[in-house]
Design a protein around this ligand. Structure first.
Ligand code: AMP
Length: 249
């Protein structure tokens, strides 16, 4: 069984994001980038399925400019077998990402595609769902457990007030939630070995998807500054302030 894992290059989650001077986007100059954390979980899950003997090949794919090679090499060092770079502009609409991935799925024919539930830069939470719809495949989103059983994938999902398990006929699309697993770190020997693993680049144009933008980013603003707090003398003063100043009780 082949597993395809799309991974996105995003600003490292430890970095404090800055807005650029004309408020048109976040500032990416000299900003540390990393693999989207939910994609790391997706790579880890695919590798665990392979280690358990349930998968034979893990292929990772990233869409963007050449810089995504860094994240693809990381995925190879973690245990993926080969990588595909789809060369395209950064910041495509989710629909375009999903359409490019759908074309790749048609070519590669994976039985399972595992994505992150959302990219922490745009917070779209759309690509996996769109991909499943474009492919006409079942989707198990926000997975906290993934099991292969009798030609099906069982996905346990965290829903309000409990857990839901769905069974999907293969091929299928799964998106990962935070509690699915704890990704491993790449070891130095595996980082060295990853340099020799196959990484192929294909142009987005060759996949025949119309990439005309349908969504325009109009403005990006910093959150408003938090005002300084005040220390109150006693509970009576707190209650009075909540009533008269904050007007919340
Ligand atoms: P989003 O719908 O943008 O929040 O992203 C959800 C998931 O879609 C990510 O965790 C990735 O698995 C995948 N994805 C989004 N953008 C890309 C990209 N440029 N290249 C590869 N995978 C992507």
């Amino acid at each position: 069984m082949k597993i395809l894992v799309p991974v996105k290059r995003v600003i490292d989650y430890n970095v404090k994001v800055r807005v650029n001077s004309d408020n048109t986007n976040v500032d990416l100059n000299n900003t540390k980038m990393a693999m989207n954390p939910f994609c790391e979980i997706a790579v880890e899950e695919a590798i665990r399925l392979k280690e358990a003997g349930n998968a034979t090949e893990v292929v990772v794919v990233s869409i963007g400019d050449k810089a995504v090679h860094e994240q693809l090499r990381t995925a190879l060092a973690l245990g993926a077998d080969r990588a595909i770079h789809i060369d395209a502009a950064q910041n495509l609409d989710s629909l375009h990402v999903a359409k490019l991935l759908a074309k790749l799925v048609e070519q590669e024919q994976p039985e399972l595609t595992i994505l992150g539930k959302q990219a922490i830069d745009s917070d779209n939470n759309q690509t996996g769902q769109m991909l499943a719809a474009l492919l006409g495949q079942g989707q198990g989103t926000f997975a906290s457990k993934v099991e292969l059983n009798d030609g099906k994938v069982l996905v346990t999902r965290e829903v309000d007030g409990g857990l839901q398990t769905v069974g999907l006929a293969l091929p299928a699309v799964v998106t990962t939630d935070l509690r699915l697993n704890e990704p491993r770190y790449a070891t130095l020997p595996n980082i060295m070995k990853a340099k020799r693993k196959p990484l192929e680049t294909i142009s987005a144009d060759s996949l025949g998807v119309d990439l005309t933008p349908r969504v325009t980013l109009l403005k990006v603003e910093e959150p408003s500054k938090r005002e300084a707090g005040v220390i109150v003398e006693d509970v009576a003063e707190l209650v009075s302030k909540l009533k008269t100043e904050a007007k919340v009780i």
